[in-house]
Design a protein around this ligand. Structure first.
Ligand SMILES: NC(=O)c1ccc[n+]([C@@H]2O[C@H](COP(=O)([O-])OP(=O)(O)OC[C@H]3O[C@@H](n4cnc5c(N)ncnc54)[C@H](O)[C@@H]3O)[C@@H](O)[C@H]2O)c1
Ligand SMILES: [Zn+2]
Ligand SMILES: [Zn+2]
Length: 350
């Protein structure tokens, strides 16, 4: 098959022929129809993820068709349309027994712990625990976002953040995660303040329901949020992952507000200095959010089916596999402008 391979961190990535994957017992191989370009892929390529073994194939935000089924799989067969939460749970550890598959102690992740979906085919483990059916009416490019950023934002806003109608929600960074969070929080009836340095990202945020847009290169974003909300947001999300946005996200909260950290903070970026005195004095909550378990998808799928949530609007570009290496590298410098989706079949099958 063809796949995007890199041999060293931050080094050249190229689309080339590699051996086809085989399904593990309990696993499947999926023919990748679409795979989103998530900033976590960029972090992996940059060497920020210690679990990656070189040479490596990135890609974890995918949708496609089951191609081959391993021994012991009972719920899935060749030809099924599927997506998968990028955290593939084992289904049997203590966390999984408690329903917390998103923090499974024995998780695997395509594109991190093994070769990923910037490829024609990808192997996925524990299929009966992790695969999610994609209805016919949902395109693969749209369904891919449900494998990582749209689902991650759904859990971050609804489950971890407990966003409620009428509340103020601050979203720092409006790329794939942040724009998803804007759309989901606005659909929940919250009043969203979108923060991003990119005018195009802010334009999309406004289109997806943001009540206010703030450019942090022009003003102190936390101060702007406190002023617009009369005291601070009820809920904040760092949807970029940087010491600056992590601190601003906490700084823009009102008393007792939860802050949800979604953006990754690699050690290379330096530690985020959070105002812990205020965390204590104002009883702020500092929460993490990590993907979403497959069993938690039904309410999200219903909101997508009914058109309340429209992840398809986030996709602003589709590219073939050969263009993925340049797009991955460009994430280090290019301003946010929605979600780019790689279509591996566009090259392979003409
Ligand atoms: N926790 C999880 O489960 C999870 C899941 C998916 C992604 N992530 C992480 O979430 C983060 C976002 O991923 P993404 O794919 O949405 O990224 P993205 O590149 O699509 O978006 C990042 C956005 O941040 C904006 N930005 C840059 N500097 C800024 C600043 N100073 N203030 C405000 N905005 C700024 C960019 O213009 C862009 O719109 C990454 O760290 C990614 O690794 C975490
Ligand atoms: Zn991702
Ligand atoms: Zn587990």
């Amino acid at each position: 098959m063809r796949a995007v391979v890199f041999e060293r961190y931050g080094g050249p990535a190229e689309a080339r022929e590699v051996p086809d994957p085989r399904p593990a017992p309990g696993g499947v191989v999926v023919r990748v129809e679409a795979t989103g370009l998530c900033r976590s892929d960029w972090h992996g390529w940059m060497g920020h993820d210690t679990g990656i073994v070189l040479p490596h194939v990135p890609g974890h935000e995918l949708a496609g068709v089951v191609e081959a089924v391993g021994t012991g799989v009972v719920n899935w067969r060749k030809g099924d349309r599927v997506t998968v939460p990028f955290v593939c749970a084992c289904g049997s550890c203590g966390q999984c027994a408690a329903g917390d598959h998103q923090v499974c102690a024995r998780q695997t992740q395509p594109g991190f712990t093994h070769w990923g979906s910037f490829a024609e085919y990808v192997a996925l483990n524990h299929a009966d625990v992790n695969l999610v059916a994609v209805p016919e009416e949902l395109s693969y490019a749209t369904a891919a976002s449900l494998g990582c950023r749209f689902a991650t934002a759904f859990r971050a806003v609804v489950a971890q953040g407990r966003a409620a109608a009428g509340e103020w929600v601050g979203v720092y960074g409006c790329g794939g995660v942040g724009l998803s969070a804007v759309m989901i929080a606005a659909a929940a009836g919250a009043r969203v303040i979108a923060v991003d340095t990119s005018p195009e990202a802010l334009e999309l945020a406004r289109k997806f329901g943001a009540a206010h847009c703030v450019d942090p290169s022009a003003v102190d974003p936390a101060a702007a949020v406190r002023e617009l909300t009369g005291g601070g947001a009820h809920l904040s999300l760092d949807a970029l992952g940087s010491p600056v946005t992590a601190a601003a996200s906490v700084d823009g909260l009102r008393r007792r507000g939860p802050n949800v950290q979604v953006g990754l903070l690699p050690a290379a970026a330096g530690a985020a200095a959070l105002p812990m005195e205020r965390v204590i004095g104002w009883e702020l909550e500092i929460l993490g959010s990590h993907g979403m378990a497959a069993h938690a998808y039904p309410p999200l799928m219903e909101l997508v089916r009914s058109g309340v949530l429209r992840p398809e609007l986030l996709v602003t570009a589709t590219i073939p596999l050969d263009a993925a290496p340049a797009a991955l590298a460009a994430m280090g410098t290019s301003p946010g402008r929605g979600v780019t989706v790689v279509l591996p079949g566009a090259v392979a099958r003409g």
